[in-house]
Ligand binder design. Sequence first.
Ligand SMILES: [Cu+2]
Length: 129
Amino acid sequence: MKGLQFASRRGVGVLAGGFLAAALMAGSALAHSFLVEATPSSKDHVATSPKTIKLRFGGGVEPKYSKLTVENADGKVLGEGSIGTPEKPRELSMDSPELTPGKYVVRYRVLSVDGHVVEGNYEFTVDPK
Ligand SMILES: [Cu+2]
């Protein structure tokens, strides 16, 4: 987790950050379900509000005991959800509310199938038209 946050602060892609975190924590926490990919991704600039926010983890996660939220720059929660599909046990998504141009934070707290809770957050931006 520290590794992932450190990596995303430096602007490294979420994919690379996930691998970095996995590498750093290998041995003690190999089975943790790290975030490996997201849409929109960390530091992304998108032209329009996304319909869905989708996160993919390195291992299986439990939708029932997980939560994704999207917040505005002031920390106000605008939407939340945790939609999983049995065919894609490593993915979670949420329906995004309509987002006006600005900066947003995606926060996740997920229960990995290994029993550990993995938390983190990242930012993305909806660009002005
Ligand atoms: Cu774990």
